[in-house]
Design a protein around this ligand. Structure first.
Ligand SMILES: [Zn+2]
Length: 55
């Protein structure tokens, strides 16, 4: 696994791509999933990081 592996929300299928980040929620591009703030949630369905799975 690399720092820039994409992670998928197991609830809604949203994919977090570290090379894109989540600009709408203040996450800049090139932010590895592991470095997302603990309060970050799936921007599509609001689920917590814990339910994401490595693709
Ligand atoms: Zn989701």
């Amino acid at each position: 696994m690399t720092p820039f592996s994409p992670w998928r929300c197991s609830v809604c299928g949203y994919v977090y791509d570290p090379q894109i980040g989540d600009p709408d929620n203040g996450v800049t591009p090139n932010t590895p999933f592991e470095e997302l703030p603990s309060g970050w949630v799936c921007p599509a369905c609001g689920s917590p990081k814990e339910i994401f799975e490595l693709m």
